[in-house]
Design a protein around this ligand. Structure first.
Ligand code: HSE
Length: 417
């Protein structure tokens, strides 16, 4: 019999233990190995919990027990998770983690440690919760040249935007509801300001493009500036506003990783991903594009991915190297926002006039959509979408509109499929 240790008995850790015992027989049949959870590491005691007798407080108990071959790290944060995971890998114990901050900041080091010690460091649960997206990227889709990945990587912000979109809630009210329902953190800034999605972009970018992408290399903008009026104008243009995490390879070979609110036309499947669900769209030369969809957070959905990794650890005889990446000198590898190019959505104070159309023409922009709406109180709102351009051109168009007496109330990039 081989033993599992679970680090952290919070929402995800307790989900891993619960799901393991619920499906133990099936998991053992799948792996062909008898398995049990021997230890649960946590600072707290859990009197009355059915697995309270497994709780230990000292990582050395786990490190020094040769029966423990597999470790599920569900603590979150970089410290002490990094020290604990490093020590487990050094002891030859494979680790499965749900901790995106750990992978985004230390993934390269931990993958090298796993390789050195002929064990595995797996992190399917760190992006998209239950959605299988990490493993397909380096197994099922491995025969392709992948050029871009984009998606909805944060359930909390997607819930807030949907409430604004469907129920016409203001941002603050939607955030309050997300907190009441337990989706958002008590301090929701990691969700709302994009840091959580940024970490997930780092992991996807590192995996797909083979060099470690650190969080400070990702242009990150959250959804705090998005207003109900923006969402309603996008809706009038058959689109939705979504927080999109994206990384794409540019023509010069560099990559551009970003997190920002984008207007997503309804023709894109991504625009229909609502509530706390996540979706990851991948573009590649052989398969064109494919989308992974499912629950991106929560106790059992995340536990499902952690357990899937444990099962793969049991089956793997050696280190699986197809998902490793190397340390990068990011200076040449990652482009900055000067290289960003996308169609733009403008919410404006008045109907586009001849002067605005002439300015667009002079800047080489095509006005692809122009829209006006009438509110119940007879107030009118105006918007337009212009063809793909860089930030400089988008700013020049803003200036031209302002010069002709039209105020730009919002400018949001559009996700082109
Ligand atoms: N706070 C995250 C979200 C949890 O809302 O998606 C999963 O990473």
């Amino acid at each position: 019999m081989k033993k599992i240790a679970v680090l952290g008995y919070g929402v995800v850790g307790s989900g891993v233990v619960e799901l393991f015992y619920k499906n133990k027989e099936k998991i053992e049949k799948n792996t062909g190995t008898e398995l049990d959870v021997k230890y649960i590491l946590d600072l707290r005691e859990f009197p009355g919990d059915p697995y309270a007798d497994k709780v230990v407080h000292d990582i050395n108990v786990i490190l020094s027990d040769p029966e423990v071959c597999y470790v599920a790290e569900c603590m979150g944060g970089v410290n002490p998770a990094f020290q604990f995971v490093s020590s487990c890998l050094e002891a030859g114990k494979s680790v499965s983690t749900s901790n995106k901050q750990l992978v985004a900041e230390k993934g390269d080091i931990l993958l090298q440690l796993a390789k050195k010690n002929d064990c595995n460091f797996f992190f399917e649960a760190s992006v998209g919760g239950a959605i299988p997206c990490i493993r397909p990227l380096h197994t099922c889709l491995a025969g392709n040249d992948i050029s871009a990945v984009a998606g909805i990587l944060n359930g909390t912000t997607n819930f807030i935007l949907e409430k604004m979109f469907c129920d016409k809630m203001a941002f603050d009210d939607a955030l309050k509801l997300a907190q009441e329902l337990g989706y958002a953190e008590r301090d929701p800034s990691a969700d709302v300001d994009g840091a959580d999605a940024c970490r997930k972009v780092c992991i996807l970018a590192s995996l797909v493009f083979g060099k470690h992408v650190y969080p400070d290399s990702v242009y990150t903008k959250g959804i705090r500036d998005i207003t109900l009026e923006d969402v309603q104008m996008a809706q009038a243009m058959d689109s939705a506003v979504k927080l999109i995490g994206c990384v794409k390879r540019l023509e010069d070979g560099r990559i551009l990783p970003t997190v920002m609110p984008m207007v997503v036309p309804n023709e894109s499947l991504i625009s229909h991903v609502d509530g706390v669900f996540n979706a990851v769209m991948v573009w590649g030369d052989g398969f064109d594009k494919t989308m992974f969809y499912g629950r991106g957070a929560g106790k059992l959905p995340t536990a499902s991915a952690v357990l899937g990794d444990i099962i793969d650890c049991v089956k793997a005889e050696h280190t699986v190297t197809s998902h490793e990446w190397i340390l990068a000198d990011n200076t040449d590898f990652i482009a900055d926002m000067d290289a960003f190019c996308a169609p733009r959505f403008y919410r404006i104070s008045a109907r586009l006039d001849d002067a605005a159309a002439k300015a667009a023409d002079e800047l080489g922009l095509k006005i692809t959509t122009a829209c006006s709406t009438q509110g119940n109180d007879d107030s009118a709102a105006f918007g337009c979408i212009v063809s793909a351009c860089d930030n400089k051109t988008a700013d020049a168009f803003t200036k031209a509109l302002e010069d002709s007496g039209i105020s730009v109330l919002a400018q949001i990039p559009v996700l082109a499929d």
